[in-house]
Design a protein around this ligand. Sequence first.
Ligand SMILES: [Fe+2]
Ligand SMILES: [Fe+2]
Length: 364
Amino acid sequence: MQRTSSELLNFIFLRIGEIATSDGDTKLHKLSEMARDIVFADRCTIWICDKAHNVLWTKVSHGVGHIIIKPDNGLVGVAIQSKNPLIVNEVYTDHRFNTDIDKQTGYMTKTMMVIPMKDAQGQVTGAIQVINKKDDADFTAEDLTHLNLATTYVTESIRSMLLLQEIDATQKELINIMSMVAEKRSKETGEHIQRVAAYTKLLATLYGMDEAEATLLSEASPMHDVGKIAIPDKIIQKPGSLNPQEWEVMKTHAVLGYNMLKNSKRKLLQTAAIIAHEHHERYDGTGYPRGLAGEEIHIYGRIVALADVFDALNSKRVYKDAWKLDEIFLHLEKQKAKQFDPELVDLLLSNKEKFVNIQDKVHA
Ligand SMILES: [Fe+2]
Ligand SMILES: [Fe+2]
C-alpha cells in the first residue's frame, strides 16, 4: 500500500491547503487526520508532554478519548524518553508495549509508529503516534519519512497554539494583578471584582450576547476602577468623606483608567478601556466623565455600571452595612432610566435568584 510520488504530492497539497485555512483544535484534528492518512494508518494520536505534572496526555485522538499516562509509559514513552522515532510491527511481542489502553477501549493494536515532537531547543514537547496500518500491512521506513513531514506541521501548530495560550494567560494574570491593586487602594475586597465579573457575565448573557462576548466582557470587568491606581494617597486613603474638590479628583479615575488602556490593540484591554471610561455614566445623562445618556453609553459600560453598584449595595463596607435585598431591588426599580438602563434592570429583577446565587457563592 503505497502512493506514487505525484499522488503523494497531490495528497499533501490538498491537505495542507485545508489545514492552512483552519485554526486551533480544528487545525490539529485535520493535521492528525493527515498524519493518519499519509501512512494509511487506522488511528492517529497527538500526545503532549505536560512537564509541570510529569504526565503525557492526548491532545487529539481517534477513538480513544482523553488519556493521561506517565511520561515513560509504553511505546510512546520509549520514543519520548529516547527522543527517537520507532516502528513496532507486532506490539504484543514487545514487552515495552502497554496493553492497558487496549484493555480500556477494547481496541486491538497490532502495528505502531511513534515520532517525538521537538521544540527549537531540541526538547521533546510531545509525540505523534499512528496505529494499525491498513490491510494488516507493516509500517515501513518510507512511512516514517512521510509521517515525519506531518509531524513537522503538527509541531509548528502546537508551538504557536501554546504561545498564544501563554500570552492569553499572562494577559489575564496582569489584569487580575492590576485590578487587585486598584481594588485594594479603594478599600474594596478581591471578592468584589470576582462578583462583579460574575454579575457582568450573567447580565451580558441575559441581554443576549453570545458566550464569547459575555466572557470577554466579564474578564475585562475587573479593570473598571484601574484608574484609582493613579489617584493620590491622601484622597484615596482618607478615612472620612471627601470634600467637593477631593471628589472631583476621585472622579478622574474613569478617564485615568481609560487613558491607561485605550492604546492597546488587544480586544480584552480595549473592552476594559470602554468599561473604565463609562462605568460611572448614568442613563439619564447626569453621570461622569462625559455625561453620556441612554444608548450613547456603550452597552459594556451600562452592564458593568449595574453589576458594580448591585454588588456595592449588597456588600458590607467600612462606612456602611450591606443593604437588605428587598431594599436593593426597590432601589434598582426606582433607578430605572435614571442611573441604569431600564432593560438591564428588568433583566436583573426578573432573574433575582440567579444573582443572589452568585452572591452566596462568592462571599465577602
Ligand atoms: Fe469607579
Ligand atoms: Fe467597583
